[in-house]
Design a protein around this ligand. Structure first.
Ligand code: KG4
Ligand code: ZN
Length: 343
């Protein structure tokens, strides 16, 4: 079964063709970075306009790369939420029209389910049950995943998402947008122990995250440092980036490990845009191995938003007989454990 997966939840127009929820036939991501870059973040109205312009050519390009035609597609899966409503609607309306015109099934997918299942596109995929950490620009969640479609949220951010914190600190340090890759690059030549930024672990039992205190601490330190009141010549801007990154990574790993112990699993999945961060991947790999567990991560291009992960999630719902009809609508908020038994 060949599924066309579509994601227009934020600023990338993403489509992909996936066979049997496993084999990636093509994956096209049309980035809008050049459009949003000068505003230092995503402008929702511009994102919608760009999706309208791009969706048809991007789908065409997916077919061309896979050597397929419209008639080869068996079903269409599209992100229904969470995300920017205006942006989501473009993908949803395209998907509805496509499924109607070709008389093939339509399924709306939760973007976070897509991130969790992106790892199934890899040669090495995890056995159930596992714990998944999804870290991206919009979300920071820990899930207990028992099976396809069976998810429980164990922890989530109370304020900023991890990627959002990276983007905001990058803006503060004048590194441009998107901030995650810029911070990682700068941090690579910094010393992660040079400054002791606070790590908010909340209560001992909590698996929730909070990054606002860290963000404020970094901002205060940076302003003092710039006016020469802190750090002096011994601290470089790369040290600030490295210490911020180390603090985020410490918090993420600590909570994730506590979660695995709490539910008693041996497999860990790391997914979402921030999972591209090599420092996070390396540190987590170390801790997970020391603990006798296995880590599974998608390849870097499948960590950030893509249509392939939506096709994978769509496949597992469609083979269970789930379908959506033309009333499918966008949901800006869409908790993942709410979709069980939908339809
Ligand atoms: O999953 P994604 O493409 O979109 C959302 O669903 O939000 O994630 C984008 C986020 C951005 O905040 C970006 O700064 C962050 O992922 N990101 C990174 C890295 N690459 C992307 N954060 C840290 N290090 C990276 N190398
Ligand atoms: Zn995402």
């Amino acid at each position: 079964m060949i599924i066309l997966g579509i994601d227009t939840s934020c600023d990338d127009t993403c489509t992909a063709l996936v066979e049997d929820g496993k084999r990636l036939l093509s994956n096209v991501v049309h980035s809008q970075v050049v459009v949003h870059h000068r505003y230092g973040g995503v402008v929702p109205e511009l994102a919608s306009r760009e999706h309208i312009r791009n969706i048809v050519p991007v789908v065409r390009e997916s077919l061309r790369r896979a050597g397929l035609t419209h008639g080869d597609i068996d079903a269409v899966a599209v992100t229904a939420g969470p995300g920017l409503v205006g942006a989501l609607l473009i993908g949803i309306y395209f998907a509805k029209a496509f499924s109607y015109a070709h008389n093939i099934p339509l399924i709306g997918i939760n973007h976070l389910e897509g991130h969790i299942l992106s790892v199934f596109l890899e040669e090495r995929s995890p056995p159930f049950p596992f714990v998944a950490l999804t870290v991206s620009g919009g979300h920071t969640n820990i899930y207990h995943v028992r099976d396809f479609g069976d998810y429980t949220v164990l922890g989530q951010t109370l304020d900023d998402a991890a990627g959002e914190a990276f983007d905001k600190i990058a803006k503060l340090l004048d590194l441009g947008y998107p901030g995650g890759p810029a911070i990682e690059k700068l941090a690579a030549r910094g010393r992660p122990e040079a400054i002791d930024f606070p790590r908010a672990y909340l209560s001992k039992d909590s698996l929730d995250f909070s990054f606002s205190g860290l963000k404020t601490a970094v901002a205060l330190y940076f302003r003092k440092w710039r006016s020469q009141q802190a750090g002096g010549d011994t601290i470089d801007i790369a040290d600030i980036a490295a210490c911020f990154q180390a603090a985020v990574v410490d918090i993420l790993i600590d909570k994730l490990i506590v979660a695995t112990h709490r539910v008693g699993v041996k497999s860990v999945v790391l997914a979402g845009g921030v999972a591209r961060n090599n420092y996070l991947r390396a540190q987590l790999q170390k801790v997970v191995s020391e603990d006798g567990m296995d880590l599974y991560t998608p390849s870097p291009e499948l960590c950030t938003d893509n249509g392939a992960m939506i096709a994978v999630a769509g496949y597992h719902r469609i083979i269970k007989g789930e379908r959506d009809d033309l009333t499918l609508d966008a949901k800006s908020r869409f908790p993942l454990d709410q979709i069980q038994g939908a339809n």
